[in-house]
Ligand binder design. Structure first.
Ligand code: SAH
Ligand code: SF4
Ligand code: F3S
Length: 436
């Protein structure tokens, strides 16, 4: 049996895709290798979202080529978004033998059979139909507790800064029957949590079913599991989804709602189809329907032509919402996107970095304040394993997706446990076990 080693970069969708690739290659007689040293095939499932994500992967490709010196027959391949974006530029580097885009994974066994140093293979065709719906992923998570389920692929939203529509193609939803089957499969294998994944889950539609319908079907089919999902788009998240979340005790109360900017002029330039006011209205709806729901976000500092005043509007929106957590980036121009073609990347790097640092400093305070508000509350958490700091402590997340740690010698990974928050840091709730 040939051995294949895969490194995964980028978002959770790539993790789910790597699991599909292991399944396809497993059927074709490849065995999974935990290290690059014994592998006959080295693959990287890559991300193009920001320039530094790609730079990191170029660095890894050089490392893979050092391995080639030890094993001249090794096949080096690039999968995922960078494969799709750079296409034959990757082959021209002379450093890789295979390039396969996100919709080309069914053909990987054939591509691999033909690929050899000196005989590179490429397939970067995007599809309008491919969802890998019938494929049972081979799970790569370590603890067997939490699994990702991809419910759609691609994106139709062309936000002006974003490369995803170009690397992943048009949006398509997966057959809900196969999604429910996969969720039930996870439950019977002992998984206790699934996260439904899409770039814009609220535009899921299959036949007569929308995302809210899918959520309730999965929640009802898998009562022993928690259900999470990501990502929600502020322009599309409906009251029906919020009410569905509130109605099912096993759907977690956490919404990832990327805002990107607090300024209407910048939002419009980004081609986000909501305003600051529209965003705040959705936040108010979430809090009205689920007062205990956590909200996290993504933000981009220093987008083209952003003024100091507009940056301060982002800060004031953060303050107004009081996000529980956030992923924060500065703008990185992506070749070929609308913003790259139309707008100069004219906020200098010092200003971008300083604005980003200001947002991070503010969010650090907001995260701490959010955690402090939880002191004294009790939560049900799903045990993920031992805490990083101590053998005597377990860790796991509550419904709001906050990391909890507590001393515990009784429970094990995969248990649901009641804890009480005694204290906190900015990133963690420090808890004690409740009387069971
Ligand atoms: N589909 C999701 C986001 C996917 S990309 C949504 O619409 O919200 C994840 C995050 O990366 C985005 O929310 C954005 O904050 C960030 N991002 C995307 N393109 C970027 C770019 N060119 N520069 C910096 N950050 C970017
Ligand atoms: Fe990118 Fe916008 Fe699609 Fe999200 S919704 S993946 S930011 S184009
Ligand atoms: Fe990156 Fe592609 Fe995901 S660009 S963020 S791996 S969809």
């Amino acid at each position: 049996m040939k051995k294949v080693y895969i490194e995964t970069y980028g978002c959770q969708m790539n993790v789910a895709d790597t699991e599909v690739v292991f399944s396809i290659l497993g059927k074709a007689g490849y065995e999974r290798s935990a290290s690059m040293d014994e592998a006959d095939v080295i693959l990287a499932n890559t991300c193009s979202i920001r320039d530094n994500a790609e730079q990191r992967i170029w660095g890894r490709i050089d490392q893979f080529n050092l391995q080639r010196r030890r094993n001249p027959d090794v096949v080096i391949g690039i999968l995922g978004c960078m494969a799709e974006r750079l296409k034959d530029k990757l082959l021209e580097s002379g450093k890789v033998d295979l390039v396969a885009g996100p919709d080309a994974y069914r053909g990987l066994p054939q591509l691999l059979a033909a690929a050899a140093p000196g005989h590179p293979q490429i397939d970067v065709l995007l599809s309008r139909e491919e969802t890998y719906g019938d494929i049972s992923p081979v799970r790569i998570d370590k603890n067997g507790v939490s699994a990702f389920i991809s419910i759609m692929r691609g994106c139709n939203n062309v936000c002006s800064y974003c490369v995803v529509p170009y690397t992943r193609g048009a949006e398509r939803s997966r057959d809900c029957g196969t999604i429910i089957r996969e969720a039930c499969n996870c439950q019977s294998k002992g998984y206790r949590e699934v996260t439904l994944l899409g770039q814009n889950v609220d535009s899921y539609h299959f036949g007569e079913f929308d995302f809210a319908d899918l959520l309730s079907m999965v929640a009802e089919a898998c009562p022993q599991m928690r259900i999470r999902f990501s990502t929600s788009n502020p322009q599309d998240i409906s009251d029906k989804v919020l009410e569905t979340m509130a109605a099912h005790p096993n759907i977690c109360h956490h919404i990832h709602l990327p805002v990107q900017s607090g300024s209407d002029r910048i939002l419009e330039k980004m081609r986000r189809r909501y305003t600051r006011e529209g965003y705040l209205e959705r936040v108010a709806a979430i809090r009205r329907i689920m007062p205990d729901c956590a909200i996290s976000t993504d933000v981009i500092a220093g987008f083209c032509s952003e003024t100091e005043e507009e940056h301060r509007e982002t800060l004031s929106l953060f303050e107004q919402v009081g996000f529980d957590s956030a992923f924060m980036f500065y703008y990185s121009e992506r070749p070929g996107t609308l913003a790259a073609r139309k707008y100069p990347d004219d906020v200098d790097i010092e200003t971008k970095t300083r604005r980003l640092e200001e947002i991070i400093a503010l969010q650090n305070r907001l995260s701490l304040e959010s955690n402090r508000r939880d002191i004294g509350k009790c939560f049900e958490v799903l045990v993920e394993g031992k805490s990083k700091k101590s053998e005597e402590e377990l860790c796991g997340r509550n419904s709001q997706n906050k990391m909890c740690v507590w001393p515990d010698k009784i429970h094990k990974t995969g248990d649901f446990v009641k804890v009480k928050v005694e204290d906190c840091t900015q990133g963690t709730l420090l808890c004690s076990l409740c009387e069971q």
